[in-house]
Design a protein around this ligand. Structure first.
Ligand code: MG
Length: 250
C-alpha cells in the first residue's frame, strides 16, 4: 500500500531528512586516506543521536552499524570496520538515514578519498547527475517508470550500467515502503505518481556490467566484474509544485 503524507507529516519527515543529510555531509567531510570506516560510522552515529534522532539502519534486519560504507567495487551495504582503512584513490559510497519522531530519512553519496582517477570521477559525476534526472520526473500525474527511465537512459548513454537487483523505495513511517523505484524501466509505465508520495530515489551505477553478488558476510554487495560502482540517493516528496528534495543539510 502506498501511504501519502500530509503537510504535517512532511514537515516531520523534513526534519528526519535534514538530520540524515547532516550526517552524510559530516562523513563526506571526514573521508580521507587513513581513516577507518568504523571511525566514519561513529561520527555519523554521534551526530544523529545529538540531534535527538536514531540511526535507522542500525539493527535493521540485523545490520550492525549506522552507515553502510562501500568502497570501490562494493556497491552497497558495506559494514563499517576498524580493520577497513580508506586509501588514497578510493571511492567511498555512504548510505545512511535517521528516524525522527516516527519518520525516516534516507540518503547516500559517493565520496573521493584523496586524488582519484578521472574515470572514477566521471562515474561519480554521472551517477549523481542521473539522480537529479530521476528526481526531475518525480511529478504529480507521472509514473514511476518516468523516473526509472530517466535514470537508465542517462546512465547508459554514458556507457555505464544500472544495478537491477536493488531499487529505490517509498519511505515514511517505515524505512522501506511501497512503491519500489527501479533505476531502469519504461516511461509512462508503473505506479501513478501523486502529491504526498515520498520516495527514496537511489541510482546504483556500475562502470562495467550490471551484475552484482553478495559476499559471505551476507551484507556487502559487490560488482560481479569487480568494476567500480557509485551510489547517490535523496529522499524526495512529490508536491503540487513539483519534486521537493527533503534530504538537504543545514
Ligand atoms: Mg534507500
Amino acid at each position: 500500500m502506498i501511504i501519502l503524507k500530509t503537510g504535517r507529516e512532511l514537515s516531520v519527515m523534513k526534519e528526519a531528512c535534514r538530520i540524515s543529510a547532516g550526517a552524510l555531509k559530516l562523513i563526506g567531510s571526514a573521508v580521507e586516506p587513513g581513516v577507518t570506516t568504523a571511525e566514519l560510522d561513529r561520527l555519523a552515529e554521534k551526530y544523529i543521536l545529538s540531534e535527538g534522532a536514531k540511526p535507522n539502519f542500525k539493527n535493521y534486519n540485523g545490520f550492525p552499524a549506522t552507515a553502510c560504507i562501500s568502497i570501490n567495487n562494493e556497491v552497497i551495504h558495506g559494514i563499517p570496520s576498524h580493520k577497513r582503512v580508506i586509501k588514497a584513490g578510493d571511492i567511498v559510497s555512504v548510505d545512511l538515514g535517521a528516524l525522527f519522531e516516527g519518520y525516516h530519512g534516507d540518503n547516500a553519496a559517493t565520496f573521493a578519498a584523496g586524488d582519484i582517477s578521472p574515470e572514477a570521477k566521471r562515474l561519480m559525476d554521472v551517477t549523481k547527475e542521473s539522480l537529479y534526472e530521476g528526481i526531475k520526473m518525480a511529478r504529480h500525474g507521472g509514473r514511476i517508470g518516468d523516473i526509472s527511465h530517466a535514470v537508465q537512459s542517462y546512465v547508459e548513454a554514458k556507457g555505464y550500467s544500472v544495478v537491477r537487483q536493488f531499487v529505490g523505495h517509498g519511505i515514511g513511517t517505515s524505512l522501506h515502503e511501497a512503491p519500489e523505484v527501479p533505476n531502469f524501466g519504461n516511461p509512462g509505465r508503473g505506479v501513478r505518481l501523486v502529491s504526498g508520495m515520498t520516495l527514496a530515489i537511489e541510482p546504483m551505477i556500475n562502470m562495467g556490467k550490471s551484475g552484482v553478488r553478495t559476499l559471505a558476510d551476507n551484507w556487502t554487495v559487490v560488482t560481479l566484474d569487480n568494476s567500480l560502482s557509485a551510489h547517490f540517493e535523496h529522499t524526495v516528496a512529490i508536491t503540487p509544485d513539483g519534486p521537493q528534495i527533503l534530504t538537504i543539510a543545514d
